[in-house]
Design a protein around this ligand. Structure first.
Ligand code: MCA
Ligand code: AMP
Length: 503
C-alpha cells in the first residue's frame, strides 16, 4: 500500500545489499539488513496494538536500532517522537504526558526512571539498548522480516519534535510525511547528494539536523553514513578519509580547526562541508577556507520548518549569510509589529512558507495561531536581512533563545525553576559568548531581602529537573535586575555586563 515517506526513503532499498551504515569498530550494516530489523520492529509495535497516528516516544542512545525505530514508525504509520538522551525524568514526564505516547522505548539503564513515568501516563514501557539488546529487541527477534506497510498520505503525521517556547512550556511540532519528504528532496538536489556519498555523521539523532537533514538525504539517495556515537575530534579525523561529506554545528568546525591533525591534505578529497543549527562565525568560515581550501556551506532551518535556506552549491558561499530560500520555499522579511513585508535590505522578522512548514503544535491551537499565519507563513522569531544579491543573513533573534553548541535553551524555562529556589526573589537567564559552544548560559539571581543565596545548593536542586546543557554554567548574584521604564528586564545590558564570563 502507498506510504510516501516509507516508500521513498526506505522501501526503495528493501533488496539492497549496499552499505547503509559504517559502524564504530569497522562493521557495516546493509540497507536490506537494516530494513529487515525495522520490519520486525513494525510487526512488534502493531502486535502491541499501536494504531496509525499513535505516538512512539524514544529515549535511546544513537544506534542503528534507534534509526530502525524511526523506519518502523514510518512503515506502521506511527508518529516517531525522539527525545534528547540528556533529558531528566521531569522533562520526559512532560513529553510523554503531553503527547499521550502509547509506548516509551528507553535504554535499560533508564528503566528505573522511566517506569513511574510510563505508569503515570498509562504508556507501555520497553527497553532498547544501543548494543541491540533489551526487551523490545528480544521480542522483535521472533517477528517476520517483512511487514505490510500501512497506507498513508503526505498529510499524515510522521514525527513530533518538541521545541521549547518563550513561555517555558515545550510544544510538540507536528511534522507530516510531506514536510519531511519535500525537504529531503530539496536538500538532496541542492547539495548534489548521490549514492556515492559517504556522510560523516556525529550529530545526535533526536533533532532535525542529525535525523531529518542528514539521515533522510542519505536514505533518499542510497548513500552511506559513517555513524559515530557522538562528536569526538580524533574519531572524526580518523574517519574523514572514508567520507565525502560532513554535516555539523559550528562547534564541530571550531573543534576541528583547533586540532593540528586537521590539515589541508586530510580534507582535500572531501566534496562538501555543511554547517547549521547555530550561527557560523564569518571568522570560522574564513579560517576553515585558509586551512583546507573548502568553503563551508551554511544553511538555516528550524524544528518547525526543517531547512529554509542554503548557500549555493555551485555559486559563492558567502560567509555570515545563510544563502537563498530552498526550492519551493518562500521567504520574506516583515515588520514585527504590523506583519507588513519590508523592502530588501531592511532588518525584520523572517517568515517562511512552503511544503516544509509544519502542521502546528500538538493540542495547542492558540500557540499555533500565534506563529503560523492563516496564509501559511510561519513567523520564525529570527531577525534577518536580504542583501542586494538575494543572500539572507540572520542578524538577531526576536525570541529569547540561547543556542549552546547547537542545542536550544529557552531562558524562561530555566528562570521559572530558578525563581522557585529558596531565597530567590527573581532571576534572568542570558546567553553570553563562549569559545567552544558559541553561546553559554549565565543565570543572574536576585536574593529576597535578608537572604544569602547558596549557589551550590541551587545548582544541585535544578539539576534534577533540567538537562545538563540547559543548566547555567555560571550563577551570579546582583542586588537588582536592570529594568527599563516599563519595568522590563534589560537582558541586553546583562549580556554586556557578563560578556567576558567565558573568555
Ligand atoms: C554537552 N554539554 C553541553 C553541550 N553538549 N553544554 C552546553 N551546550 C552543549 N551543546 C555538556 C555536557 O552535559 C557535559 O557537562 C559537558 O558539556 C561535556 O559533555 P560532552 O558530552 O563531552 O560534550 P560533547 O559531546 O563534546 O558535546 C558537545 C557537542 C554536542 C558535540 C557540541 O552538544 C552536540 O553534538 N551538539 C549538536 C546539537 C545538535 O545536533 N543540534 C541540532 C538541533 P558536564 O561535564 O558538566 O557533565 S536541530 C536545529 O537546531 C535546527 C533545526 C537546525 O537548523 O539544525
Ligand atoms: P530549533 O528550535 O532547534 O529548531 O532551532 C532553530 C533556530 O536555530 C532558528 O530559529 C535559528 O535561530 C537557529 N539557527 C539554525 N540555523 C542557523 C544558522 N545557520 N545561523 C543562525 N541561526 C541558526
Amino acid at each position: 500500500m502507498a506510504n510516501p515517506l516509507y516508500d521513498t526513503l526506505f522501501g526503495q532499498h528493501l533488496q539492497s545489499d549496499a552499505v547503509f551504515l559504517q559502524l564504530p569498530g569497522g562493521s557495516t550494516l546493509t540497507y536490506a539488513n537494516f530494513l529487515n530489523m525495522a520490519a520486525q520492529y513494525a510487526g512488534l509495535l502493531s502486535q502491541m496494538d499501536l494504531k496509525k497516528g499513535d505516538r512512539v516516544a524514544v529515549q535511546i542512545e544513537k544506534s542503528p536500532e534507534a534509526l530502525a525505530v524511526y523506519a518502523a514508525c514510518a512503515q506502521a504509520g506511527l508518529i516517531f517522537l525522539p527525545l534528547n538522551t540528556a533529558y531528566t525524568a521531569d522533562e520526559i514526564t512532560y513529553f510523554v504526558e503531553n503527547s499521550g505516547a502509547a509506548i516509551v522505548l528507553g535504554d535499560e539503564k533508564m528503566r528505573e526512571g522511566l517506569e513511574p513515568i510510563a505508569t503515570a501516563c498509562q504508556a507501555r514501557l520497553e527497553t532498547l539498548n544501543a548494543d541491540g539488546t533489551g526487551s523490545f529487541a528480544q521480542q522483535a527477534a521472533s517477528f517476520p522480516t517483512t511487514f505490510d506497510t500501512v497506507s498513508c498520505d503526505e498529510d499524515d503525521l510522521a514525527a513530533f519534535l518538541y521545541t521549547s517556547g518563550t513561555t517555558g512550556r515545550s510544544k510538540g511540532a507536528m511534522l507530516s510525511q510531506g514536510n519531511l519528504l519535500s525537504n529531503a528532496k530539496a536538500l538532496q538536489a541542492e547539495w548534489r547528494f548521490t549514492a556515492d556519498d559517504v556522510l560523516l555523521h556525529a550529530l545526535p539523532i533526536f533533532h532535525t539536523h542529525g535525523l531529518f537533514v542528514a539521515t533522510n538525504i542519505t536514505l533518499l539517495c542510497g548513500g552511506q553514513m559513517i555513524f559515530l556515537p557522538k562528536f569526538d575530534v580524533d574519531q572524526m579525523i580518523d574517519a574523514l578519509p572514508r567520507a565525502t561529506t560532513m554535516m555539523g554545528v559550528p562547534t564541530f568546525y571550531t573543534r576541528l580547526l583547533a586540532s593540528p591533525r586537521f590539515t589541508k591534505t586530510l580534507a582535500a578529497h572531501m566534496r562538501l562541508f555543511i554547517s547549521g543549527s547555530a550561527p557560523l562565525l564569518a571568522e570560522t568560515h574564513i579560517q576553515f577556507e585558509e586551512r583546507t581550501g573548502h568553503r563551508i556551506l551554511e544553511r538555516y532551518g528550524m524544528t518547525e520548518t526543517n531547512m529554509n535556506t542554503s548557500n549555493p552549491y555551485d555559486a559563492e558561499r558567502r560567509a555570515g549569510t545563510v544563502g537563498f530560500p530552498l526550492a519551493g520555499v518562500e521567504l520574506k522579511i516583515t515588520d514585527s509589529q504590523t506583519g507588513a513585508t519590508l523592502p530588501d535590505g531592511e532588518i525584520g522578522e523572517i517568515e517562511v512558507r512552503g511544503p516544509n512548514v509544519f502542521k502546528g503544535y500538538w493540542q495547542m491551537p492558540e500557540k499555533t495561531a500565534e506563529e503560523l499565519r492563516a496564509d501559511g507563513f510561519f513567523i520564525t522569531g529570527d531577525l534577518g536581512q536580504i542583501d542586494p544579491d538575494g543572500y539572507v543573513s540572520i542578524v538577531g533573534r526576536n525570541k529569547d533563545l540561547i543556542i549552546s553548541g547547537g542545542y536550544n535553551i529557552y531562558p524562561k524555562e530555566v528562570e521559572l525553576l530558578l525563581d522557585d529556589q529558596d531565597g530567590v526573589l527573581e532571576s534572568a537567564v542570558i546567553g553570553v559568548p563562549h569559545p567552544d559552544f558559541g553561546e553559554s548560559v549565565v543565570g543572574v539571581l536576585v536574593a529576597q531581602d535578608g537572604h544569602t543565596l547558596d549557589l551550590d545548593a541551587i545548582k544541585t536542586s535544578i539539576a534534577t529537573s533540567l538537562a545538563r546543557f540547559k543548566q547555567p554554567q555560571k550563577l551570579v548574584v546582583l542586588p537588582e535586575l536592570p529594568r527599563n521604564t516599563m519595568g522590563k528586564v534589560q537582558k541586553k545590558s546583562l549580556r554586556e555586563l557578563f560578556s567576558k564570563t567565558f573568555s
